[in-house]
Design a protein around this ligand. Structure first.
Ligand SMILES: [Zn+2]
Length: 358
């Protein structure tokens, strides 16, 4: 049975998100969540998934959302990030059906100090639910991992109650992802907090299960955002197996993967580390740094190759009167970036064991 026998093409919501992740568990793959910042990067991600015949998760970070709406807008009360996230989600909703694949629309890390961003998106979800019977976004992430465990769980549960009422999925973080991303710097965090304990993951599972079943957990196992020279922090994906085994025993299930786990900070991970993580029930892996690089490489190589055609509007090595318009049209150089980004997204899908699953 293919994935399209279980969920429809277009935006995946509620129980269908769960079915999608269960399918990933059963078939031992994970779905990459691509951080997008524009219609260009969204299109590259969708195109890659269509060509790879698989689902995809389009996600917007806080800063990425602001970028969608425009860096020139005031964001002092998170209003540009709210607006950009909504605009991005509406754009994905508009074009996703044309690509013929299941698409999850998600928002990335939201810390306590920017909860106004989360509130704004959730209000948009509730309004969309009133009009269409489903939320605008498939899912959102709350990242209160730097708060105490108790406060982290309390705030998540409070939001999850609101989200459960509109069939919206919640991803949470327990333990801390190190490094620096999207303006959040955890480079100086104590290394012990980069490794979550099985008991902590189970505490999240029990508290959330009282509200509903539409949730996933980004439990840290030495993850670091960004790309660094190897050696500073060691990834221990086998910890994910301990989280699953502990929860399995506590709740007494036959299911070896009772937890839907999310892999953050995976850039630079080895194929083996990724395989181990997926084997232990990672169903979503975030991809940002590596696709940023791929997009940049496409642009860089284009400008390097066409340098002599981009010095003036008219005049190039073929003659002083030759026009350069077809070389400096943004559709040409932005497309070059999309092509290299799409190739990298397809690579991520393959690395996660997800090819031709529709
Ligand atoms: Zn992350």
């Amino acid at each position: 049975m293919g994935l399209l026998d279980i969920v429809k093409p277009g935006i995946v919501i509620g129980d269908d998100v769960k079915k999608l992740f269960q399918y990933a568990h059963e078939h031992n793959f994970a779905i990459p969540a691509i951080n997008c910042t524009s219609t260009s990067t969204i299109n590259a991600a969708l195109e890659a998934a269509r060509d790879n015949k698989c689902p995809i998760i389009i996600q917007f970070s806080h800063g990425g959302s602001q970028f969608v709406a425009g860096k020139g807008l005031d964001n002092s009360n998170q209003q540009a990030s709210v607006l950009g996230a909504i605009a991005g989600a509406q754009y994905v909703r508009a074009v996703a059906p044309a690509y013929g694949i299941p698409v999850v629309i998600h928002s990335d890390h939201c810390a306590k100090k920017i909860l106004a961003w989360f509130d704004g998106m959730l209000e948009a979800d509730e309004a969309y639910f009133k009009a269409h019977g489903e939320p605008l976004f498939s899912s959102h992430m709350l990242d209160l991992s730097i708060e105490t465990k108790e406060e982290n769980i309390d705030i998540c549960v409070k939001y999850m109650k609101r989200m459960a009422a509109i069939n919206c999925w919640l991803e949470m973080e327990i333990g801390i992802t190190g490094g620096e991303e999207d303006g959040v710097n955890n480079e100086d965090v104590d290394n012990a907090r980069l490794y979550t304990q099985p008991e902590d993951v189970y505490d999240v599972y029990t508290a959330f299960s009282e509200v509903g079943d539409l949730f996933s957990i980004a439990a840290s196992f030495g993850n670091v955002h960004g790309s660094y020279a190897p050696g500073s922090v060691v990834l221990h994906p086998e910890l994910l197996g301990k989280f699953q085994a502990y929860t399995k025993e506590k709740i007494g299930t036959d299911n070896d993967k009772p937890l839907f786990l999310v892999f953050h900070g995976g850039s630079g991970s080895t194929k083996e580390e990724i395989n181990t993580a997926v084997g232990f029930g990672v169903c979503k892996m975030n991809v940002d740094t590596d696709t940023q690089w791929a997009y940049c490489v496409g642009l860089r190589d284009y400008f390097d190759a066409k340098a002599d055609y981009l010095k003036t509007q008219v005049g190039n090595p073929e003659g002083p009167e030759k026009p350069n318009k077809k070389y400096y049209d943004p559709r040409v150089f932005i497309r070059a970036a999309e092509v290299t980004m799409a190739e990298r997204v397809q690579q991520a899908c393959k690395d996660l064991g997800m090819v031709n699953v529709l």
